[in-house]
Design a protein around this ligand. Structure first.
Ligand code: KG4
Ligand code: ZN
Length: 337
């Protein structure tokens, strides 16, 4: 039985998980830092690194104890090498290296975006080739995937990521960080039609996104509201922000899917938890007769289960890294390995 420990510390969640090829994801522990960063309205990199330093080894310990395992029972350790906050990544990477060194285990570095994409394989075997929309707090990309390890990045955002657009709009509405999930909830009560927010590049044939104009439009709309904002005002703005973002995302995903001969579409990353995006993707997938199954919301936002599984795939394929493995703040999935 192959057991892979996953470690994810690329941003503000400390997570460790265990994937085993008999039972799938056995554990997925996430220690959230939301309360730590809430006060600042966004992630403070140094605080994130320090919190990982304090929380990571105790989480590994809890996981091993709960599973009645020792390091020697593991088949390898997978760790996010990038992209992400360098200080935060270094904590995960150093810990993974030290554990591998001590227990003579294989080490495998994972591209964070590949982890998000492969979270879809935790629900069912992925139907390939596929077009994948990666939407998170730091990324908005369309990726053509032909097999595990083979990805072609067709395009991405020119400025803000989709999750950032949700979070910044939420902040303007006075909602707590991270605002994406709260926007999703508030939008449910929204009345359509009160606002119209821009959908940049909607008719553009290139696979590009731009969300910075949306933030400006939301700011102008919010400035006209009387303070404190009413619940309905918040809901109406949230509804139209969500419509503007999902319109663009869905349009771009299916345009790309039609241009390449794919069998399926997938969503990946934190924003893939958005209910409206999932619903609209399902409707379009049916229209274009493409396979689509939304990822488990637990595995949409940052988690180590997706890293453990990606590590398992690479170790099975005979790929591993030596102890010179470095972290990286930026870097497309296509230029990795
Ligand atoms: O993948 P993730 O956990 O971290 C990054 O790699 O960036 O994504 C976090 C992002 C945040 O911007 C958060 O607001 C957004 O995903 N998010 C959502 C929802 N759940 C998380 N955005 C919209 N609707 C949601 N339900
Ligand atoms: Zn992520």
């Amino acid at each position: 039985m192959v057991k892979v420990l996953g470690i994810e510390t690329s941003c503000d969640d400390t997570s460790v998980a265990l994937f085993d090829d008999n039972q799938g994801v056995v554990e997925n522990l996430v220690s959230s830092q939301v309360e730590l960063h809430d006060h600042f309205g966004g992630v403070v990199p140094e605080l994130a690194s320090r919190a990982h330093l304090v929380n990571l080894l105790p989480l590994v310990d809890i996981l091993l104890q709960r599973q009645k395992l020792t390091l020697g029972d593991l088949s390898g350790i997978a760790v996010t090498a990038g992209p992400g906050l360098i200080g935060a990544l270094l904590v995960g990477l150093s810990t993974a290296k030290a554990l591998c060194f001590a227990a003579r285990l294989p080490l495998v570095g994972i591209h964070h975006i590949e982890g998000h994409i492969l979270a879809n394989a935790l629900v069912e075997p992925m139907v390939l080739p596929a077009m994948v929309l990666v939407v998170s707090g730091g990324h908005t990309e369309v990726i053509h995937m032909t097999e595990v390890g083979r990805y072609d990045r067709l395009g991405g955002t020119l400025d803000d990521a989709a999750g950032e657009a949700f979070d910044k709009s939420a902040k303007l509405l006075g909602l707590a960080y991270p605002g994406g999930p709260e926007m999703d909830r508030r939008a449910e009560q929204g009345q359509p039609g009160r606002y119209h927010f821009p959908r940049p590049l909607l008719q553009d044939s290139r696979c590009l996104f731009s969300f910075s104009g949306l933030k400006t439009a939301v700011r102008l709309a919010v400035e006209k509201l009387s303070q404190p904002f009413g619940e309905q005002d918040i809901a109406d703005v949230a509804y139209e922000v969500q419509e503007a973002i999902t319109d663009v995302l869905v349009d771009r995903l299916f345009r790309a899917a039609r241009e390449r001969d794919v069998r399926a579409v997938y969503l990946a990353g934190g924003v893939a938890a958005n209910r409206r995006l999932r619903q609209r993707t399902a409707v379009e997938a049916e229209r274009w007769q493409l396979h689509f199954l939304p990822p488990d919301p637990e595995f949409c936002t940052d988690n180590a289960a997706m890293i453990a599984y990606a590590g398992w795939c690479h170790l099975q394929a005979g790929r591993q890294d030596d102890h010179r493995l470095d972290s990286f703040a930026r870097g497309a999935i296509t230029s990795w390995r």
